[in-house]
Design a binder for this molecule. Structure first.
Ligand code: FAD
Length: 387
């Protein structure tokens, strides 16, 4: 029983068992994350030469979906960890320090968190206020990080910052900070509608006397374009697909139960079920097409950074996030009160609250306005199978 799917299934079973309590108490899903470590799923993306398993983004996306059907917070934590690891694997191979770090991630199953969001900047990933302050071969960093998911539980944080005190806000670097190099002073509590178990508190992040070799050599602009944008939108989309398919499964079970109760009659919800199953398939197609295009473009920085590719990824995020919300809502209307109530076999309250975060996680309007700017200069000529 050791395929990736089987390993993820075992974690998902544990995650599902604890999902309600994790949500109720807004607490870190410690059992599920321990299980991820136990199954050694935190290091799978690391190249085999550094002790990992060379697992690609599409397979990780499948695991995000499996976990999403069990516990949204666990799935999102797993996705966010692998989004950061994707940047480390794609851009760290030229630096000895980051190669050693990859080995440690695989060997010790380090959990990686992300700090891009900053007070005064919000979700504008490509700008920072804080700056790396280099002195000799050491640097320090102070960041008013308004959201760091599972920051208090992470072994490593990858943070964006301006290259130096005089750099413009868009001239950013990505730095790797180990837990024992950091102080995190909590500035806000994550008491939210949904995704409560991600424990995305705000922190004043301070790092002192950190070796400069821990700054990733590539500018963050390239890291964002060549690895982070794709991995974020595709893995988030896969988590949301997991949430949506969980809701449709509950709606299907409800309609089937109704059909058994009144043999010979098609329950009224059956038509709506057919409709939502169609939506789910369209959502899957959008995410899978994005994953396929990423597989083809991988290793080609020009294609990954092209306008067409960025627009395509932005569209995957917009489509997946808004469809997921609609699908869960449709499932809820099929199930009715049994879905609205907590503690029934058809409850959908938690997943409804969790999925509402999807359009906010890098606000869809911010993404649309980025696409709008790109469309001003994009050339036409899309093909059915190649664009
Ligand atoms: C579950 C969850 C986990 C997260 N985890 C992390 C994490 O680990 N690390 C991290 O750094 N961040 C994290 N974030 C934050 C996330 O990445 C975004 O930064 C955040 O969701 C944006 O928040 P905002 O709406 O306050 O900010 P903004 O993006 O500033 O948006 C504020 C408002 O302005 C609008 N807006 C913004 N720009 C435009 C524009 N150009 N055109 C039109 N309207 C615009 C938006 O639609 C929105 O209504 C997480 C968020 C969530 C929901």
């Amino acid at each position: 029983m050791n395929t990736l799917a089987q390993r993820a299934r075992r974690v998902a079973d544990i995650a599902a068992l604890n999902a309600d309590i994790v949500d109720r108490d807004a607490r870190f899903p410690v059992e599920a994350v321990d299980a991820l470590r136990q199954e050694r799923l935190l290091g799978i993306q690391v190249p085999a030469r550094f002790g990992g398993e060379d697992v690609g983004l599409a397979e990780i996306a499948e695991l995000c979906c499996t976990l999403g059907q069990a516990c949204s917070a666990t799935a999102m934590i797993f996705a966010m960890h692998h989004i950061k690891l994707c940047s480390l694997v794609t851009h760290g191979a030229e630096s000895e320090w980051h190669c050693d770090l990859m080995e440690r991630v695989a060997r010790d199953q380090l959990l990686i968190a992300s700090s891009t969001t900053e007070a005064g900047i919000g979700g504008d990933l490509r700008n920072s206020l804080c700056a790396v302050e280099v002195s000799g071969n050491r640097f320090s960093l102070t960041k008013d990080a308004s959201v760091i998911s599972y920051g208090a539980h992470a072994d490593l944080i990858l943070a964006t910052a301006r290259r130096d005190r005089d750099a413009p806000s868009s001239d950013q670097v990505l730095v790797a900070l180990l837990r024992d190099q950091l102080s995190l002073e909590r500035t806000s509590r994550w008491d939210t509608l949904g995704m409560r178990g991600t424990c995305s508190d705000g922190f004043l992040l301070e790092a002192r006397d950190v070796p400069v070799v821990q700054i990733l050599p590539k500018p963050f602009a390239e890291i964002a374009a060549q690895s982070m944008l794709a991995s974020s939108h595709l893995l988030w989309g896969s988590v949301w697909f997991g949430l949506a398919s969980f809701a449709v499964d509950r709606a299907r079970a409800f309609v089937q139960m109704e059909a058994r109760r009144k043999p010979g009659q098609v329950p009224p919800g059956a038509l709506r079920l057919a409709e939502v199953a169609n939506e789910l398939q369209a959502m899957r197609s959008a995410v899978v097409a994005g994953l396929r295009r990423f597989e083809i473009a991988q290793g080609d920085p020009n294609e990954l950074g092209s306008i067409g590719f960025t627009v395509m990824l932005n569209n995957v995020k917009l489509t997946a996030s808004s469809m997921a919300v609609g699908i869960v809502q449709q499932a809820l209307s099929i199930v009715g009160l049994a879905g609205y109530k907590n503690g029934t076999p058809f409850s959908l309250g938690r997943v409804m609250r969790d999925v509402m975060s999807a359009p906010l996680m890098i606000a869809n309007d911010r993404i649309l306005s980025n696409t709008a700017n790109l469309l001003l200069v994009q050339k036409g000529g899309g093909q059915l199978l190649s664009a």
